[in-house]
Design a binder for this molecule. Structure first.
Ligand code: SME
Length: 161
C-alpha cells in the first residue's frame, strides 16, 4: 500500500472530501487499533487539508479528555467536559464550528496562531470516545462542506474501533 497521498485541494470541496474519504478508508482498512488509526487519520488530515495548524484527537479516559495522536504544536493535555471548544462539543454531543475562537467563551488557546476551529464529538453506542479537533490560523476556515467531510472521516474511525 502506498502512503503517498496527494489530494488536489483545488477540486470542489465535495470531490476533495470524497477523495480524502477514499484515502482514509484504505489507510484504516483492516486495522482496529484506535490509537494507530487516530495517528494515521491525524497525519492524513494534517497533510492534505489546507490551512491547518493542528489536527488530532482528544480521547475520553472516563472522566476527562486527554490529548491523543495529533499533528501540530504540543497541546494542553487534559480538557474537562464542558471546558473549551472540545469539552463543550463532547458534553453537548454536537459538532462545533467556531469562526472566531476569540469569541468563544472559555476557548483554550494551545497555539496562539489558531483563529478558527472545528470539533467533532466521537460517540459509539452512546459512549463518548473522544473528539476530533481541527484548528486553522485562518478565521472562518471551516464551512459546511468541511464539517460534512471531516464528520465522515470521524465515522470511519468510529466504525474501525
Ligand atoms: N482549542 C481547544 C483546545 C485544544 S487545541 O486547540 C489543540 C479547545 O478550546 O478546546
Amino acid at each position: 500500500m502506498s502512503f503517498a497521498f496527494a489530494i488536489d485541494p483545488r477540486q470542489s470541496p465535495a470531490d476533495f472530501y470524497e477523495a480524502l474519504h477514499d484515502a482514509a478508508k484504505s489507510l484504516l482498512q483492516g486495522e482496529h487499533d484506535r490509537v494507530a488509526n487516530a495517528a494515521n487519520l491525524s497525519a492524513l488530515i494534517y497533510s492534505q487539508v489546507p490551512d491547518l495548524n493542528w489536527a488530532g484527537f482528544y480521547l475520553f479516559d472516563g472522566s476527562e479528555l486527554v490529548v491523543g495522536p495529533f499533528q501540530g504544536l504540543p497541546a494542553c493535555v487534559r480538557i474537562p467536559l464542558g471546558k473549551g471548544v472540545c469539552g463543550t462539543a463532547a458534553l453537548e454531543r454536537r459538532v462545533l464550528r467556531v469562526d472566531d475562537v476569540d469569541q468563544f467563551p472559555g476557548h483554550i488557546a494551545c497555539d496562539s496562531a489558531s483563529r478558527s476551529e472545528l470539533v467533532i464529538p466521537l460517540f459509539k453506542d452512546e459512549q463518548l470516545l473522544g473528539v476530533l479537533d481541527l484548528d486553522s490560523p485562518k478565521a472562518a476556515r471551516f464551512g459546511e462542506a468541511d464539517e460534512r467531510g471531516i464528520t465522515r472521516l470521524a465515522e470511519l474511525w468510529l466504525e474501525a474501533c
